[in-house]
Design a protein around this ligand. Structure first.
Ligand code: FAD
Ligand code: DHB
Length: 391
């Protein structure tokens, strides 16, 4: 079997890349270990930058995000028991959209399948070969048990933080920069009405909490916890008490309801370089992860593959390799700005287990600086709604 671009992973990075390539007339095949149903059911991100929504709309897959998602013109930073609004629309004239990642994936998969794209779900034993030659290969076992060798011009490693693509680069030629955080996020979905019109990022003596939303009847909330916390050991009552305590003050209370989904996610920052090795290009979480506090991971995956798709378009148009050679430089610029923003939001809002009273007072000083200064609020608004894509 042969294709022009072999894509490993049908997450946001892999699917958006195959969509962009198809529009340039470039063939691709996606090889994915999970089933379509599993991908469409996994609960992850919620916030899309305006640029991500614009890109989905421009490429014909944003209709449902516009119709069923919700545009948010600001967020609340809550500390010392009171809320402080950051007015995105007023400060930078941009917004974000609340539209869940699994809905984005449903839209992308439906569009790609309708266009006749070749997506091999439930592949096993995926490995990459000959990536430093002009004809790299993705080897895998198909869902029917048949071994497949997929010859490609280029491979895009879009297989997320636990994928195999990154490990194809020999350790001696790879640098992985990591930062682990001494806390995780306990996330829930609850059947309840909205508690507030916009997202709330709360700093409290008991640690961070985030009040987000999915639909008028389903709410998404998170609170900082031990990364080893057993989510099933918590009763609904205990979860609500903890969340209420973290947003308490000025009479504000969360609307409670039945909790029907829960889980703990670890928090870490990671960047792998090089992002290119021979004919293998890493994109999205396969190359980098950010802690979820800035709501950036999916958006960063989209920005990587936009840069890569434009470089591949130039390559197939006239054989020029100049943009492919600049892929890593262009992508990493945004990656490191985003690493900083996600780390900054995380460190400003979470309470480290060994935090001293000085550390907590310093965080409150920082929050005061951000919310009381136009410059401080504008930086947050620019970064959160998303810098313009570079391509
Ligand atoms: P993934 O989504 O991980 O996709 C990789 C795909 O590759 C998967 O389908 C996987 O099954 C497949 N795969 C893995 N190994 C192999 C293999 N060996 N062979 C073939 N296929 C393989 N981001 C935001 O932008 N906004 C948010 O609000 C936000 N909130 C988040 C909240 C939480 C709780 C979490 C956990 C994440 C959040 N993120 C958010 C981050 C976002 O979910 C990820 O950054 C995003 O999914 C990255 O997309 P990706 O395509 O690079 O990788
Ligand atoms: C959501 C996730 C995030 O990481 C975030 O910063 C905001 C909202 C969410 O899942 O709704």
């Amino acid at each position: 079997m042969r294709t022009q671009v072999g894509i490993v992973g049908a997450g946001p990075a892999g699917l958006v890349l195959s969509l962009l390539l198809a529009e340039c007339g470039i063939d691709s095949v996606i090889v994915e270990t999970r089933s379509r149903a599993a991908i469409e059911e996994t609960i992850r991100a919620g916030v899309l930058e305006q640029g991500t929504v614009d890109l989905l709309v421009d490429h014909g897959v944003g209709g449902r995000a516009l119709a069923e998602g919700a545009k948010h013109d600001g967020v609340e930073l809550r500390y010392g028991g009171t809320g402080h609004r950051i007015d995105f629309a007023g400060l930078v004239g941009r917004s974000v959209w609340l539209y869940p990642q699994h809905e984005v994936l449903k839209d992308l998969i439906a569009a790609r399948v309708a266009a006749g794209a070749d997506i091999r779900f439930e592949a096993a034993d995926v490995s990459l070969r000959d990536v430093t030659t002009d004809s790299p290969v993705i080897a895998f076992t198909g869902s029917d048990g048949t071994p497949v060798e997929l010859g490609c011009d280029v491979i895009a490693g879009c297989d997320g933080s636990a994928g195999i693509s990154r490990h194809t680069i020999p350790e001696s030629e790879r640098t992985d920069l990591f930062r682990a955080y001494p806390f995780g996020w306990f996330g829930i979905l609850a059947e309840a009405p909205r508690s507030a019109p916009e997202l709330i990022y709360a700093h409290s003596q008991r640690g961070f909490a985030l009040i987000s939303t999915r639909t008028p009847d389903v709410q998404r909330m998170y609170f900082q916890c031990d990364p080893e916390e057993d989510a099933d050991a918590w009763s609904d009552d205990r979860i609500w008490q903890e969340l209420q305590a973290r947003v308490a003050g000025d009479g504000f209370r969360l609307a409670e309801g039945r909790i029907f989904q829960r889980g703990v996610v670890p928090m870490r920052s990671h960047v792998c370089t090089p992002m290119r090795y021979g004919r293998l290009f890493l994109a999205g979480d396969a190359a980098h992860t950010v802690p979820p506090t800035g709501a950036k991971g999916l958006n960063l995956a989209v920005s990587d593959v936009l840069v890569l798709a434009n470089a591949l378009d130039a390559f197939y148009a006239d054989g020029s390799t100049e943009r492919l050679a600049r892929y890593e430089e262009v992508a990493l610029r945004r990656v490191w700005r985003t690493q900083h923003f996600s780390w900054w939001m995380t460190s400003m809002l979470h309470t480290a287990p060994d935090a001293s009273p000085f550390d907590v007072r310093r965080q409150l000083g920082e929050l005061e600086s951000v919310t009381s200064s136009v410059a401080g609020s504008t930086y947050l608004a620019e970064a959160y709604t998303g810098w313009p894509f570079e391509s």
